[in-house]
Design a protein around this ligand. Sequence first.
Ligand code: NAD
Length: 546
Amino acid sequence: MTPMQCRGWLQEAALRCLRNNLHPDVAERPQDLVVYGGSGKAARDPQALAAIERTLIALRDDETLLVQSGKPVGVFRTFPQAPRVLIANSLLVPDWADWETFWELEAAGLTMYGQMTAGSWIYIGTQGILQGTFQTFSAVAEQRFGGSLVGKVVLTAGLGGMGGAQPLAVTMNGGVALCIEVDPARAERRLATGYLDEVAHDLDSGVQRALDAARDGLALSVGVVANAADALPELLARGVAVDVVTDQTSAHDPLHGYIPAGLDLGAATELRRHKPQEYVQRARASMARHCEAMVGFLRNGADVFDYGNNLRGEAQLGGFDDAFAYPGFVPAYIRPLFCEGKGPFRWVALSGDAADIAATDRAVAEAFPDDEPLQRWLQLADERVAFQGLPARICWLGYGERAEAGARFNDLVRDGRVRAPLVIGRDHLDAGSVASPFRETEAMADGSDAIADWPILNAMLNVASGAAWVAVHHGGGVGMGKSIHAGAQVVADGTDDATARLDRVLTNDPGTGVMRHADAGYDGARKVAADRGIHLPMLPSSEAQP
Ligand code: NAD
């Protein structure tokens, strides 16, 4: 195991996770300090990175380092139970919160885009997106098809960095995925990495393979090289019966992300370079047709949802007025989980030893024997997920469950059943930690989509609860001006101090998710609050509980 460089495990954990984010097996462009998500960075520049590392190594157990958009700006005396690092990334005053202003300030060396887990040092590679996608499709299965996708066909498009997780996530749920991808190299890459089972010669044979597999109850994913703006209207016109339709082309970016119909990749590159306005116009017109076909499938009875890529918004700009006929994935499938404080709980073995993750997998499986999707995920993750950088695991756990897992992890460290402490963290896409009206807080029951007090309260509570490091960011996932979100990490080092911190942070952090949704009027969240004794002063039923 790498020798410890810092004065305490909290600082050491932050240092190792920062370095892990930039590990060549983990980061997309480590030479530019870019971790993932377009330009999401871990540190402002090489000098700032070196200064963060130096400062963490020297940082005492009663000090806190402040990081301003990837640059270490101060060390202050706090106290041992306080976080060792506090991070603010990409925040702008609301009237200035657009990409153009951000890019100017970034060019002047004053800020950095932190995305979500890039700038808060808890990215763990593609496992994160695979599990999130698996979780979404299991929620679809649970809510619409009695718990399984066996015999169901999911039609989607986009087999890129994130979208490439879709076929495996569908087959992990027992279903059939029919995936339209315009770039043959992307489809081949998913095939080579085992995320996609096969690539069909053409649309006809792909559809036939998918329908046959569904009829036989086989889990199978089939890629078809085609433009979604052509393929989806064609499939709709033929009356092909599919059960679920979604999309993960990079529709959020009409110039670089979406290929207009009628152009091969070379022609698209030429048009983009020489006539960008015409390109955007054609991309939006194609997205309008693509989205219109999705609405057609909806009218025919399929479950259709937007998968966080803003296809609906761009299609509307392209002239299709009814684009928002189908919901985003959070209101459709994830919000009931958020009401239970359920969200992406992840942990990292600081030892670098894969056996430590195997021990934690067993501990989680033992703790929640009745959670069938969780059991299936742990099994499949063990078999099919290759670690990138430090061994890590992710699964969705709710209020109460996260604290239980944290306590068990601390016991593993204390008893020497793992070789070094474990860091527990999460994505900012979580129940109580994000305001993002086009994604996590779309269509809140009380209309509070754009209220950003909640992620700030979440971050402050995690500081008060003694997390190891806490971050507040702007613009992750959906871009500048569109989101405010927070992240928090806590370290299981086997001490009594860690027992108390883990219990506070891992109870309070998902507790803010229950609080946020109870406040917005969701009965599921109000019930969890009442049953579990979460004290919400304006909701008397929860006060009455012990
Ligand atoms: P990416 O750019 O790596 O991949 C996009 C893929 O779409 C590419 O392979 C591209 O060739 C393909 N494509 C483009 N136009 C097409 C067309 N007309 N027909 C068929 N294929 C086409 O992007 P990514 O990282 O996979 O992300 C995809 C989208 O999903 C993004 O908009 C991203 O913001 C969104 N996303 C949402 C979530 C979420 O939480 N819901 C998570 C991850 C990504």
